[in-house]
Ligand binder design. Sequence first.
Ligand code: UT7
Length: 328
Amino acid sequence: MAAKIISLGHTKPTRKISNQYFVEMGLDTSDEWIKERTGIHSRYFTNNEKASSDLGYEAAINCLDNANLKSSAIDLIIVATSTPDHNGFPSTACLIQEKLKCPNIPAFDISAACSGFVYALSTAEGFLATKKYSNILVIGVDCLSKITNMEDRGTCILFGDGAGAALLSQSDTIDEGILLSTINANGSLANILAVPKGGSKHPFNETIAKEKSHFIEMDGQSVFKQAIKLVVNEIKQSLLSVNLTPPDIDYLICHQANQRILDKICQNLSIPLEKSITNIHKFGNTSAASIPLAMSEFHNQTGFKKGDIIVLAGFGAGFTWGITIIKW
Ligand code: UT7
């Protein structure tokens, strides 16, 4: 028996932010630069009233509606996020559990930045294998707009907010569902993408607020290069271990970080660009939400077909990365 995604759902905030917004805010950038260097045309920001648990809840409801199931069917909630409602605790998963009104089941968060969704899928796969759980709700949600320095043109134009959800259960056969999931990390690259201060090493204070060092800092070029190298290698290795090759891929869904990264991964794997599902032009980089958001949107609009080979590829801060190979 394998773990299988039986439903998908997603949501986005209502506030659409154009590239021109940053120019109007006084940033030294342009619509042309952002489109050309990232592929991003717009993104969505939450307003002050909403947080990750709100978006995660909305995506979960959409996912349950699509499955025609009530929240009482869920027996475990895993939330991948780097922007929990609260620093420390309670977990965002517990807050979503309360909103869904499904008490007395375990709920926890996973912190693996933009690889969070594939980390959570891999975790759910393990829990399903114990046969103690039947329907696991996996949510990828982030509100990176809340931890971004809006004066840093190297980061603020990239990120957006959103959420995606997937419901996983056991399939009756090993010939469908998750064929393989891999997760990996290299902590020696921790410094290329980080929120440097505001945690237990440098507790938040006035100096940190003035420095704005509680916001995302990134060495964009290093992240760019590592992402392509690690993801391409991991996909090749992972496909080999399930006797598949890149031409067998029907759809590749990478973390939506930069259109140029997505194109380069396809080129290096000799996969036609049409097989790469992208929505970065609309949503920007939504971190842990980007893969389930792209998957759910595509499934709503076009629909995966039985037997499709879908490869998910997450990568992000840590440095972390992971691949999920699915036979739909
Ligand atoms: O989910 C986490 C994963 N994150 C990523 O995958 C991000 C990966 N990195 C990237 O997507 C790209 O590196 C960026 C989009 C962040 C930057 O693009 P780039 O082509 O690598 O630009 P660069 O860093 O090499 O900078 C080239 C120039 C610099 O100016 P100078 O020093 O040549 O005068 C930058 O200051 O572009 C400048 N620049 C900008 N100019 C206009 C950087 N950001 C902007 C901007 N508007 N928003």
